[in-house]
Design a protein around this ligand. Sequence first.
Ligand SMILES: Nc1ncnc2c1ncn2[C@@H]1O[C@H](COP(=O)(O)OP(=O)(O)OP(=O)(O)O)[C@@H](O)[C@H]1O
Length: 298
Amino acid sequence: MNSWLEITQLQKKIDDFHLGPINLQIEPGTITALVGNNGSGKSTLLKLIMNLANPDMGNIKVFNKFVYGQDESWKDKIAYQAQTPIGYNPYTGNQLKSLIAPLYPNWDDTLFVDMVHSFDIPLHKRYGKLSQGVQQKLNLALTIARNTPLLLLDEPTSFMDIPSKKRLVDILVDWMDRGDHAIIFAGHQAEDIMKLADYLTVLRNGTMVGTFEKEELTATYMHYWLKEPLGKMSIPGEISREIKQLVSNQPAATEQFFHENNVAWTDRKALDLDEIITYLLQEGKDGYINDGNDVIGS
Ligand SMILES: Nc1ncnc2c1ncn2[C@@H]1O[C@H](COP(=O)(O)OP(=O)(O)OP(=O)(O)O)[C@@H](O)[C@H]1O
């Protein structure tokens, strides 16, 4: 299959921070969440994809074109929302729209107007005078309405209130349904928007922990409550334990062990996504890890 985005052995060093090697492929119809602790390199990776920073090693291809090559036709097919756009402050929403819309042949004005109404964005006010949440909403309207196949969003909801995040989820679901699209977004926690993701690419301090299918991941982590304390026995799949509790990332092997060793458990519960992400971001608790070479997508 022809990936829309193909990242191979990408590495970048900034002072004492080292990103990579990153291997990632994005297929049409997929939503990928880029998850990591603060300073793990999420924004840097998005900037590298947009050719706003130069890699030290490795390759990035967007729609089969190297992003640092002469042919820049890939830029028409990708829309990027930076965490803080530069140069927007003096302009009103109306002015920004008239500057941006003509650059994108597939600009969806109906979608833009719908988002403006839905988020109640005052287009006559200067961007710099808007609250951070409203700036983020305007920024999203100006980015999503470009209606490019590939959408990159850097922490799109960090300043948004809960109802607005829910509204954005509906907008993105609808947008995904209305064409051949793919989204990559960077985020911290399992917020509403994370529910949208098909895949999670996890970065820990610049190191790629792996790319995981979300459904698979949420089915993999299990919390057990036990009848008796475990003592010193080592349990397959164990990633953490308390006196009468255990968390496993190989529930089948764990339960087999319980069965064979007469360990009685009274209850079990699948971990929430934010708990799983917390485990994945803890040093040395890789759990269900691949080598970062996974090919994702349908
Ligand atoms: N322009 C820059 N100059 C110096 N260091 C930089 C620059 N850009 C990024 N870095 C460093 O690169 C590392 C990764 O930063 P990056 O912003 O990519 O992380 P992040 O995962 O997006 O973080 P956050 O969740 O806090 O937004 C950090 O250590 C940061 O200090």
